[in-house]
Design a protein around this ligand. Structure first.
Ligand SMILES: [Zn+2]
Length: 824
């Protein structure tokens, strides 16, 4: 069998999920012995091979790590060679079995989606083990006396040679973390070669926030996926996730040459969170080659940039990694600085004089994670033909020959910094606070010109970064161009809309958090919201006529017109003031960004039912079958799976669920909190938003925090279980998956001058315990509806009895769109 990739990127990329670590590691081994140089150590770890002189015959050998049970029934086993007396790996060929049942229901359902059953139970014929815990001793203890006489078996070792050579580099860095640390964190990895489902990963790693992971890399239809079957915290996981180092502030100096290549230096001020660690995990684009890393005292530091591991780009959220090795283990609460110099290209020509600044999150070196709110100072030097916009307040700017220089400072703490440049035309809009500046290219980029010429799909749509919103540019008809429309012509109109939307959003979220807002154009089909800086797709800067001429689908045009600009403006509050720490909570800011944007469009175009139109659109997207399956997209997983939703089984599920279902969930909460008789029917909803903006200002908001904030403002009608808890709602709609399907059958008989309506509401598509308050209306000829009442569903069938003033010829289920459900 071929041995495919493994989860190296997942395990080692310094993103938060990967590197949040446990404080209570067992004492393993400290840095000592002959291999003191980190580079030599890395190489030595890569070079480890099975010990051909000691191959064991094994029978009934068992290992248990958290809920993962490994049984090596019979076969041959060899340890990898020891390094400084430490054994960090073993290989096995023969017959074995792996068994695991996660305690969390959502994770069991996830396993069922990938494997057909809600547990892992697979036989295997090969296994590659890596560890920094006491696995070697545990195996040795179990080798029975009759088996413990190891024999020389060069053939066995040779059969593993190519596999081990291929897999080792993905584990060397992780092993090195512990070898160099005085507070090592247990690591156990089993690469499983299964004839049934192919190669997959089983991992228990105390440097991850969710220590246990089961999953598999897949290559389907030309796309690479990492299918996360299950990921969760270990049974003995520490309650508070602790990372190694936290940033205190950033100083980023960037020089952009005439050919748009970039030379930069990030000065990163760090605080030690867990003492004893020597490796600082950072993120930096692979397009920027590191030239030098220096410690506070000027000493050069050893670093590892994108070693073999991250070239295997299996996990899309895994940003490129840069690992810096400190001269000694970090002392408790120690603060220090590291300076990183790098050079490369992150700006590319999108054609026709339009530049594309790629690598939005990784153009400077930084600690991973979305909830480090810290000060930033950015300085730039760039060719003066360009206008450069950056996050923060510009504190100075000069012209020096053919170049301009400028310095920007964050007025409030940021989690990220960004910049954009182009040969822009600039417009201002709005009043004094915030000042709004709009920047559009004078010309359209080539991809859009192509669309206008030929009606083809844009060729160079950039890879989607976090916080993106992708309208899926799509061209449906061939059109001949007249004069290409200039984006600058749209600036005035767009500026007015953005200024107006900021005012509207202030009534929901509170004051605009920054003193100005830059709105700049970006090639491609997505937008992004950075602190005080919004990037909007060229599609937004096109007139409706130009969009139509370019053959954009109707929904894409609407998305550019009524959703994307405002979605990114809402991220100024949700994302840039209130953040999220882990992938499970990112749905909140995306759901709010999308929903509040639609509230704005709906409010400004009364009578056009824009919100209802989008809710219906999302419902249709979520109800569509996943190609090749009987499942619908909405069943691909819960909102809290975040980027895990993208898998080989359902490649489009992340977008459909995060944006579509996320929008619906916020809508359902607003509908439940709404009081139509109050002076401000949305008073409660507004109060919820304001409170979270205040209480979680420059902090991360978790799904549990969000639920608590809702509970503090819930109405009696929301208390479906009489527990004063919204658990029922969050369990079903946020932590659970599935969209209910409703139908009714009913009879009507006269009841005095009125009518008795009795019947059954049938609920399918969800669990028996799923509950909802479903409003039923009697339909009359002439279009007027009579509200009959609300049915609180309890299982697959709920009986109801209402009295109606008019004889209803039919019953409508939730015609006001208060519940995400299917009724046809
Ligand atoms: Zn977004």
């Amino acid at each position: 069998m071929t041995w495919m990739a493994s989860l190296a990127v997942l395990a080692y990329t310094p993103n938060r999920a990967a590197f949040q670590a446990a404080p209570n590691g067992a004492k393993l081994f400290a840095a000592h012995g002959p291999v003191a140089d980190p580079r030599a150590l890395y190489q030595a770890l890569n070079d480890l091979r099975p010990d051909a002189a000691h191959v064991y015959t094994v029978k009934e050998l068992n290992l248990r790590r958290d809920i993962i049970n490994l049984r090596f029934t019979d076969g041959k086993l060899a340890f990898l060679q020891a390094l400084d007396g430490r054994v960090t790996g073993a290989v096995f060929t023969g017959h074995g079995q792996i068994f695991a049942t996660p305690h969390d229901r959502g994770e069991r359902q996830s396993l069922a989606r990938f494997l057909g059953v809600p547990l892992l139970d697979q036989t295997f014929i090969r296994s590659y083990l890596r560890f920094t815990d006491d696995t070697a001793a545990e195996i040795e203890k179990q080798l029975k006396p009759s088996e413990s006489t190891a024999v020389s078996d060069p053939e066995f070792a040779a059969s593993w040679e190519p596999i081990v050579a291929n897999l080792n580099p993905w584990h060397s860095i992780r092993v090195m973390f512990d070898l160099l640390s005085s507070s090592p964190q247990p690591y156990f990895y089993a690469g499983i070669g299964s004839e049934n489902v192919g190669p997959f990963d089983a991992l228990v790693d105390n440097r991850r926030d969710e220590q246990v992971l089961l999953g598999q890399p897949r290559f389907v239809n030309g796309s690479r996926f990492y299918d996360t079957w299950a990921s969760f915290r270990a049974l003995d996981a520490p309650t508070a996730p602790i990372e190694e180092f936290a940033p205190l502030d950033y100083r980023v100096e960037t020089a952009i040459a005439d050919d748009l290549s970039l030379e930069g230096k990030t000065s990163l001020h760090l605080r030690t969170v867990r003492a004893g660690e020597r490796i600082v995990p950072l993120e930096l684009s692979r397009n920027l080659a590191v030239e030098e890393v220096k410690f506070s005292d000027g000493r050069p530091l050893v670093y590892f940039q994108n070693e073999d591991l991250s070239r295997r780009d299996i996990l899309r959220q895994g940003n490129d990694s840069l690992l810096v090795v400190l001269p000694a283990g970090a002392k408790p609460h120690e603060e220090f600085q590291i300076d990183i110099r790098y050079r490369g290209r992150v700006i590319s020509e999108a054609g026709n004089g339009v530049e594309f600044v790629g690598e939005h999150g990784t153009w400077y070196a930084h600690v991973g994670g979305g909830d480090h709110f810290v000060p930033f100072e950015l300085s730039f030097r760039w060719p003066k033909r360009f206008t450069l916009v950056a996050t923060g307040t510009r504190v100075e700017s000069h012209e020096e020959g053919e170049a301009r220089t400028g310095r920007w400072r964050s007025e409030v703490p940021f989690t990220v910094a960004g910049f954009n440049l182009g040969e822009y035309k600039m417009e201002t809009a709005g009043g004094d606070r915030p000042k709004i500046f709009l920047y559009a290219n004078q010309q359209l980029e080539n991809a859009i010109l192509e669309l206008l010429r030929k009606g083809s799909t844009p060729a160079a749509t950039p890879v989607m970064p976090p916080n993106f919103h992708s309208p899926h540019a799509h061209a449906s008809s061939v059109v001949m161009p007249e004069l290409p429309p200039s984006p600058a012509a749209v600036l005035k109109r767009l500026g007015g809309q953005v200024a107006d939307s900021v005012q509207y959003f202030e009534t929901l979220n509170g004051p605009f958090p920054f003193d100005h807002l830059d709105v700049s154009q970006i090639p491609g089909s997505f937008g992004q919201g950075w602190p005080g800086l919004v990037y909007l797709s060229t599609l937004v800067f096109m007139t409706p006529e130009a969009q139509a001429r370019a053959g954009l689908a109707e929904r894409t045009q609407e998305e550019a017109r009524e959703l994307m600009p405002f979605h990114e403006v809402v991220h100024q509050w949700w994302g840039n003031v209130v953040g999220s720490a882990i992938y499970r909570d990112a749905w909140i800011e995306e759901g709010l960004a999308n929903y509040l944007a639609l509230m704005y469009t709906d409010a400004r175009r009364p009578g056009e039912h824009r919100l209802a139109s989008w809710l219906e659109h999302y419902r249709a997207v979520l109800s569509a079958p996943i190609p090749g399956t009987t499942q619908v997209v909405g069943d691909a997983g819960p909102l809290t799976f975040g980027t895990r939703l993208t898998s080989s089984k359902a490649p489009s599920a992340y977008e459909a669920i995060t944006y579509g279902k996320g929008t619906w969930v916020i809508h359902m909460l607003r509908e439940m909190m709404r009081d139509p008789r109050a002076g401000d029917p949305d008073g409660r909803f507004r109060e919820l938003l304001r409170a979270m903006q205040t209480d979680y200002r420059f902090r991360a908001l978790s799904t549990a925090d969000f639920q608590r904030e809702v509970e503090q403002r819930m109405t009696a009608a929301m208390d479906l279980e009489n527990t004063h808890s919204m658990d029922w709602f969050f369990a079903q709609w946020v932590r659970g998956s599935g969209i209910p399907h409703y139908s009714v059958d009913f009879q009507v008989r006269p009841h005095g001058r009125e009518f008795a309506v009795t019947g059954r509401l049938l609920q399918t598509g969800v669990d028996d315990i799923f509950t909802a308050a479903v409003p039923l209306y009697g339909g009359k000829s002439g279009g007027k509806l009579e509200r009959l009442g609300v049915v609180l569903t309890t299982g697959t069938e709920t009986r109801f009895h209402f009295v109606a003033r008019n004889r209803p010829p039919r019953i409508l289920i939730d015609p006001q769109l208060t519940i995400l459900c299917r009724t046809d």
